[in-house]
Design a binder for this molecule. Structure first.
Ligand code: PLP
Length: 364
């Protein structure tokens, strides 16, 4: 007794607005891409070499648990490799977390301008996403806690957050965790942890170790390996066990595992990226901040620039594109109509972007 004349997606699926990635270029001309928070210094040379070496072994299945990568991460970050799960990008892991802990009738809570993949993952499981108001483009712990109901199963928190670049200090993350029931999972997505310079920030490993309901998710994508798709998470044994039961048995390919392990150990390269980013993040923030442009203070490898209105932001996007710079519109997917997100790039790109925007603002 078919109710429909064709296969019907599960409840929630068709409520999802497809993810819109940052644009790659203008019509027909090569552009400088500042729309996806990629590394301006390329990849770690050691990672490139390891990736290439793996080309000799493409006929053999990779080790399924990414053991060598987990061991490298464990060594560098002081974590028991048994508590690490690797994924095909952190996106893979975020989806697995949603699949394990959310279902129809459940709710997940996030801040309004949080990462736009969380609603996709949540709705895909049939659960409801609950968005909370922020305080000046920053997640508000009181609002997140106030949104919790008996149906809440997950709180998603990107720290620092994308696309705002703002962060919660350690004390606020602890206050958030302390206010959650023990059956609610706090997912701390530290995609930009490597770029943080604020002294009161912590990645939250202490919290993961001291509780049964916190996981930390990380990625190599913003550190020069976006194409390789490598993410990792750390969680308590029960959560790691559950995730591993549904994880694709070979979810991280061999070249990615090898490149990730080499990149993790190349701490000098990571330090170089961080120093470059801190220098040009500060510089661009200072160069653009004015009475007509507002730059939200960022701890990540991008800045969010707010214009006086939506039309000015759209004009700035087109003006930058005409000059060869592609930045990220945040009107549609994030609902920040007067904003543009600009990745921190090379010195030349940062000077170029500042010149284009400042002359546009001076000329209008
Ligand atoms: C970029 C990003 C990710 C996704 O990273 P992948 O590892 O490339 O899937 C996850 N969370 C946030 C907040 C991000 O900005």
């Amino acid at each position: 007794m078919p109710l429909s004349s064709r296969p019907t997606p599960q409840p929630g699926i068709l409520d999802i607005a497809p993810y819109v990635p940052g644009k790659s270029g203008g019509p027909g001309r090569p552009a400088i891409k500042l729309s996806a928070n990629e590394s301006p210094l390329g990849a770690s040379p050691a990672a490139v070499e390891a990736f290439a070496a793996a080309a000799q072994r493409l006929d053999i299945y990779p080790e399924g648990s990414s053991r060598l990568l987990r061991e490298a991460l464990g060594e560098v970050h002081g974590i028991d490799p048994a508590l690490i799960v690797c994924g095909n990008g952190s996106d893979d892991l975020l989806h697995l977390i949603g699949q394990v802990y959310l279902g129809e009738g459940d709710e997940a809570v996030m801040n309004r301008y949080g990462f736009s993949v969380y609603p996709i993952i949540t709705l895909a499981t049939g659960a409801k996403i609950v968005m909370t108001e922020e305080r000046d483009y920053t997640a508000d712990v009181d609002a997140l806690l106030a949104a919790v109901t008996p149906r809440t199963k997950i709180v998603w928190l990107a720290n620092p957050n994308n696309p705002t670049g703002t962060y919660l200090p350690e004390a606020e993350v602890r206050r958030l965790h302390a206010g959650l029931r023990p059956d609610i999972l706090l997912v701390i997505d530290n995609a930009y942890a490597e770029y943080v310079t604020a002294p009161d920030y912590r990645i939250g490993l202490d919290l993961v170790r001291a509780s049964e309901n916190v996981v930390m998710v990380r990625t190599f994508s913003k550190m020069g390996l976006a194409a390789a798709r490598i993410g990792w998470m750390v969680g308590p044994p029960a959560i790691v066990d559950a995730i591993n039961r549904i994880r694709g048995p070979f979810n991280v390919n061999l070249p990615a595992q090898m490149a990730g392990a080499a990149a993790a150990r190349d701490t000098a390269f990571t330090a170089r990226l961080k120093a470059h980013n801190a220098q040009w993040r500060d510089w661009l923030t200072g160069a653009l901040q004015s009475n007509r442009l507002r730059v939200i203070p960022s701890q990540a490898n991008f800045i969010l620039v707010l214009f006086e209105d939506e039309a000015t932001a759209a004009r700035a996007f087109e003006t930058l594109l005409a000059a060869g710079y592609v930045v990220r519109e945040v009107a549609g997917s994030y609902g920040i109509g007067n904003g543009l997100r600009i990745s921190i790039g090379s010195e030349a790109a940062m000077r170029g972007v500042a010149d284009v925007l400042n002359s546009m603002m001076a000329g209008q």
